[in-house]
Design a protein around this ligand. Structure first.
Ligand code: DAH
Length: 369
């Protein structure tokens, strides 16, 4: 199909033509023939093309600046002044025909391509999607969220403290003497003489009071660590929620009212709590709070080991020494504090009799809640 620039020339020059104007005739004939030939070739190539890429290639090949039509038109200079407009008109007509066919083919091919694409990319929207199983909160977290909500409702703030703590915040600032048994390495995980895994969230009390002046009303939930053997009710890592209120005129009745409300909200309005005297270095007076057994309502059962009451938490009025160490004047301010273990609460709430189940991450267990 291609023609080198001189192919037609040699071919026609050697073929004598009719009439006197030999030169005129062969030139006219070759140019016309060339154009018509080109037109035919182009149209059948366009008809055979099956993609828009192919069409683009044909456009370049036939109509481009370095294309075959231009190559023929370059020969115009060899024509006479009379021939030139005739051949020019013919060239335009050929170009017009090619362009017209090209446009038509472009439309057809685009439609075919679109159809093929639609057929290929067909998706069945009625097929069920791949289901992603929805997770949910860990039961310990759900219980903690419930406790947090209740305290937020009472105007408390939630604060955080480090689990890797210094002996100062974990013990010293909390009025705990140097020889107090809780400092013993048998009970506490030490990194060094002064750095340990906190054994109680009470450390956050000291950190909070040191940073700001009253009124303070916070809870600090988090993990704590003690050297306990693992069994159904013990773990070396467990959870506490610390509470601290410091302001002018805070009294023991505020402590009792707050905790009473907390447990009524969690276990129901008929829930009863009682306070027994106890000792903690950082509170004076100190108490332990028991909850009337929600299983037997005080009669005594397996759940409460026949006691009718379940030990829930330690609490008391913040010791003046603690206030003083943390830079708060005990002559002006007073406060209450409590520390609540939430693991046991979660066990009761969800009827789980082995604490280890909460931490083993067995989906068969966890997904039940
Ligand atoms: N930190 C104590 C413990 O882990 C619990 C506790 C008792 C916290 C009395 C307090 C408190 O804030 O006032 O056993």
């Amino acid at each position: 199909m291609g023609c080198d620039e001189f192919g037609w020339y040699s071919e026609h020059m050697l073929r004598p033509k009719v009439g006197g104007a030999f030169i005129f005739v062969w030139r006219d004939f070759s140019m016309r023939e060339k154009l018509e030939q080109l037109g035919k070739q182009a149209l059948s190539a366009l008809d055979a093309a099956s993609s828009s890429v192919e069409l683009d290639e044909l456009k370049v090949r036939f109509l481009g600046k370095k294309g075959e039509l231009t190559a023929i038109l370059k020969q115009m200079g060899t024509l006479s002044a009379e021939e030139r407009p005739v051949m020019g008109a013919l060239a335009n007509e050929v170009r017009g025909r090619i362009e017209e066919r090209m446009a038509a083919r472009r439309g057809e091919i685009a439609a075919a391509e679109m159809e093929a694409k639609l057929a290929n990319e067909r998706i069945d929207v009625t097929l069920p999607g791949a289901r992603r199983p929805l997770g949910h909160r860990h039961p310990m977290t759900s219980l903690l969220d419930e406790v947090k909500d209740i305290f937020i409702g009472m105007g408390f703030e939630i604060v955080d403290g480090p689990e890797v703590e210094t002996t100062f915040y974990n013990f010293t600032a909390l009025n705990t003497s140097e020889n107090h048994p809780s400092r013993e390495p048998q009970d506490t995980f030490y990194f060094s003489d002064d750095v340990l895994l906190r054994t109680q969230t009470s450390s956050v009390q000291a950190r909070t009071m040191e940073k700001r002046q009253p009124p303070i009303r916070i809870i600090a939930p988090g993990r704590v660590y003690r050297k306990d053997e693992v069994d159904a009710t013990h773990s070396p890592m467990f959870h506490q929620v610390e509470g601290l209120v410091v302001d002018k005129g805070i009294k023991m009745t505020d402590l009792k009212g707050t905790l009473d409300l907390l447990f009524k909200q969690i276990y129901g309005n008929d829930t009863k709590v009682r306070f027994r005297p106890h000792h903690f270095p950082f509170t004076e007076p100190s108490a332990e709070m028991d909850l009337q057994c929600f299983a037997c309502h005080g009669k005594g059962c397996r759940m409460c080991k026949g006691e009718g009451w379940i030990e829930m938490l330690g609490c008391g009025m913040v010791h003046p020494n603690v206030l003083r160490i943390c830079g708060i004047d005990p002559e002006i301010y007073s406060g209450f504090a409590f520390g609540l273990g939430t693991d046991r609460m979660a066990m009761w709430r969800y009827g789980v009799n082995d604490l280890r189940l909460f931490f083993e991450n067995d989906m068969r267990f966890i997904s039940q809640f």
